[in-house]
Design a protein around this ligand. Structure first.
Ligand SMILES: Nc1ncnc2c1ncn2[C@@H]1O[C@H](COP(=O)(O)OP(=O)(O)OP(=O)(O)O)[C@@H](O)[C@H]1O
Ligand SMILES: [Mg+2]
Length: 365
């Protein structure tokens, strides 16, 4: 009896600790940073952008606020994306940005984070991993564990940790496409390509400049991507929207009309490259795994999965069933959250980390 009493007292201490201290899931991507806190859901979903003073290098604003300035920077202000194509391009700004978002994620009743899980790109180098770890330490998130994004995306999309059959999960982000084949709570194949949805934006900007003589900003390109472009042939090729920008030749403000038919092949080229990468990974699978995938098809996650008609195009090209996960942009943080409930798996993951993470084990058991 005394023993039982002691155990329950211990458990309630632990429950109390979980209440006061947050467990955070962090998906810092090249397009957006998403943070969810256990029990509170997604608390941060903001663009991974930083506005800096070009003279002093000082940070003026971060996230949504920085995006407002994007393309309309005042003199002496530059808006930068510290993460590019999934890697840390600017360490200091990445660190400050993460610290800012983590600070924002806190609040409410719990002010401390005890442990955090962070998604990392599958071919992250030890140097990049250390940079991310150091950024997380600076943000004081507590103990940090790093989990391969493909695994997190799979769990977040509803694949069970205990499912021994193979599942194919494709995460299309802003700068990357990550294909992961998961079985039994492990990654059995992963391939990351540094091409993502933001490459569609770049192709659109390039096309409009070269063929229509108009310079357009990032926000206009995003609007064209979301409202007009598609991965499959548009039903109404003539549908058009007006866009404003600066004329290349005269440098004067100008407005033109762009049609769905004009933008379709531009986006299609990028989509074709993304899909070719996915197909190449699926073509190399061991027969048993290929058989599982044939039955189950592909699950799409990431913000880029929402691009119009992408699922249909992928279905046509691979001849496999394709489904988009619920709230695809949040699949990785949802998966990381789910891992907090799988102590054995978490322990194995964290143990498989190198040096730095080894002493974190106690907190993940
Ligand atoms: N409805 C939509 N249609 C098309 N694209 C979309 C839509 N919603 C979001 N996106 C695109 O999704 C991308 C952001 O997705 P996500 O947040 O998964 O990227 P990320 O994780 O920051 O990037 P990465 O993982 O490559 O570092 C952006 O390029 C955005 O334009
Ligand atoms: Mg991502």
């Amino acid at each position: 009896m005394a023993f039982l009493g002691k155990t329950s007292a211990f458990l309630s201490m632990r429950a109390l600790r979980d209440l006061v201290f947050d467990s955070m899931a962090i998906d810092m991507g090249s397009a957006s940073t998403i943070i969810s806190v256990r029990g509170r859901g997604v608390v941060v979903d903001e663009p991974s952008l930083v506005a800096v003073d070009t003279l002093t290098g000082e940070i003026i604003s971060i996230g949504n606020e920085a995006q407002q300035k994007y393309g309309r920077e005042a003199r002496g202000v530059a808006v930068v994306a510290p993460l590019q194509n999934g890697v840390v391009a600017d360490f200091e700004r990445t660190r400050d940005m993460l610290a800012h978002f983590v600070g924002q994620a806190r609040g409410g009743i719990s002010h401390f984070s005890r442990r955090a899980l962070m998604g990392v790109f599958s071919d992250v180098t030890p140097v990049e991993r250390r940079a991310l770890l150091s950024a997380a330490q600076h943000a004081r998130v507590g103990r940090v564990g790093m989990i391969e994004e493909g695994l997190a995306a799979a769990f977040g999309a509803g694949v069970s940790v205990h499912d021994s059959k193979g599942s194919a999960v494709v995460d299309i982000g802003g700068g990357t496409t990550n294909v992961a084949i998961v079985a039994g709570g492990k990654i059995i194949r992963a391939r990351a390509e540094r091409i993502g949805s933001s490459h569609i934006n770049a192709a659109i900007i390039n096309h409009v400049r070269r063929h229509r003589g108009l310079l357009i900003g990032a926000r206009t390109a995003e609007r064209l991507k979301l409202e007009l472009a598609s991965a499959t042939v548009p039903t109404n090729l003539g549908r058009q929207i007006p866009i404003n920008g600066r004329e290349v030749v005269t440098a004067m403000p100008q407005s033109i009309e762009i049609t769905a038919g004009e933008i379709y092949p531009v986006a299609q080229e990028v989509v074709r490259n993304i899909v070719a990468g996915i197909s190449a990974t699926l073509a190399e699978l061991p027969p048993e795994v290929a058989a599982d995938i044939y039955d189950r098809g592909i699950i799409l996650t990431g913000g880029g999965a929402q691009f119009g008609g992408l699922d249909d195009y992928l279905r046509e090209e691979t001849r496999l069933p394709v489904r988009i996960a619920d709230e695809p942009k949040y699949a990785i943080v949802r998966g990381l959250e789910a891992m907090f409930d799988e102590p054995l798996l978490l322990r194995r993951m964290v143990r498989s980390e190198t040096q730095l993470a080894l002493d974190l084990e106690s907190d993940f058991s």
